[in-house]
Design a protein. Structure first.
Length: 394
């Protein structure tokens, strides 16, 4: 059982406080306070490098009831700066579980806060925007905690991709992962993909591997010349944390890569491709984080429910350039969710087609990437999922 833990405080930069109980590692942490609307998938959220530097609030009230395991991880360790829940389960009830969530976070050094009104916190962030904050079980000095929140790093202008990327290149062989068999290669051909690691989730590698791709994962700062020297069939630009604009090294590399090889970007990779094509990005008020975001494919009219995790977006002024076509929009707020180049074999989406956690409606985009590498021609459209021969909603 989880013993009665000491009181802890979440202090936001605007002077708002939430008092609850500490769990996980006792101590202090700081970061941008955001919320995720997923009902489950908390272990994938915790280990997603896109959450680096952020204190994540789960809107679902009861977290931890199925424990943690060795399979549902998106990186080698938890990446969040802190974790906030309404109620933390003290019992792990699942045949797959290898331990309890609170012990897992304690061992990983993640500071948590429970027994607060997460609905009130979420509403505050939704109305006033994401805020910098500090969680502390060591200090009750509210003025000091607010000052520290205000002095903490601002996500705008922050290059976190450098902090979470791999140190050196490594290989993942075809079919080495467990992508679930929802994808297959094109004509039995094994493609070689160079994947830029801006904070890449493991499920992306699982899916590309299951599709028959041999993958060379390279650090975020890899030059276009070095990537092309590996003789890839295609380039993949991964998800990742932070602001895309400071990633000048990646923007410059992408500008060259899209003219040389078929390229597919998601999340931060999508934003970097947008900047490489002459666009601009902006910071969303409170971001998109969850597994229930509706996105419309403008080529087909199909609506997919998508998994998302981002705080920045591409401005639609990108499409003042006639060479670029808007392909996907968010039905909640109308923001850009995808585009393609009309003359080059390059396309990207803002959301996570690999999900994990989330729906599998958009797995077909990986098949689109395989077809693009096979033909080398610009994607004329991004088809319906069933038209690509990929099961929907598995």
């Amino acid at each position: 059982m989880l013993e009665r833990r000491p009181r802890a405080i979440l202090a936001l930069e605007d002077g708002v406080f939430f008092e609850g109980r500490s769990f996980g590692r006792m101590g202090e942490t700081e970061g941008e306070v955001v919320f995720n609307t997923g009902l489950c998938g908390y272990q994938e959220v915790l280990t997603d490098p896109s959450y680096a530097g952020q204190i994540v609030t789960m809107t679902y009230p009861h977290i931890g009831n199925y424990g943690v395991n060795r399979e549902d991880v998106e990186s080698t360790r938890p990446q969040v700066a802190g974790f906030v829940v309404r109620e933390i389960s003290t019992v792990a009830s699942s045949w797959r579980s290898s331990g309890e969530l609170h012990r897992y976070l304690d061992e990983a050094g993640v500071v948590g806060l429970s027994e607060i009104d997460t609905r009130a916190l979420t509403r505050h962030l939704r109305i006033h925007g994401a805020k910098r904050g500090v969680i502390s079980s060591l200090s009750q000095n509210r003025d000091d905690l607010v000052d520290r929140a205000r002095a903490s790093r601002d996500m705008a202008g922050l290059d976190l991709a450098r902090e979470v990327t791999c140190e050196k290149p490594y290989r993942v062989e075809a079919n080495a992962g467990d992508g679930g068999g929802t994808l297959s290669g094109i004509g039995g051909r094994a493609f070689h993909v160079v994947a830029y690691d801006f904070g890449m989730k493991r499920n992306i590698l699982r899916m590309l591997s299951a599709a028959g791709c041999n993958i060379t994962v390279v650090p975020a700062t890899t030059s276009a010349e070095a990537a092309l020297a590996l003789e890839p069939d295609g380039i993949f630009l991964s998800n990742g944390p932070g602001d895309p604009e400071p990633c000048v090294y990646a923007i410059e590399a992408t500008r060259e890569l899209i003219r040389a090889k078929p390229t597919f970007g998601i999340c931060l990779g999508h934003q970097i491709m947008g900047l490489a094509c002459g666009g601009e990005t902006f910071k969303l008020k409170f971001g998109h984080r969850g597994a229930n975001h509706p996105v419309k494919n403008l080529n087909t009219g199909q609506v997919a429910i998508t998994s998302q995790n981002h705080g920045f977006a591409v401005l639609p002024t990108l499409f003042d350039d006639p060479e670029l076509e808007l392909t996907h929009v968010n039905l909640n707020d109308g923001t850009v969710e995808g585009f393609r180049h009309r003359d080059l074999p390059a396309f990207s989406v803002q959301y996570h087609p690999e999900a994990s956690p989330g729906p599998h409606d958009s797995h077909y985009l990986f098949t689109q990437f395989l077809k693009l590498m096979d033909s080398g021609e610009p994607p004329r459209s991004l088809p319906r999922a069933h038209a690509a021969g990929v099961p929907v909603g598995l």
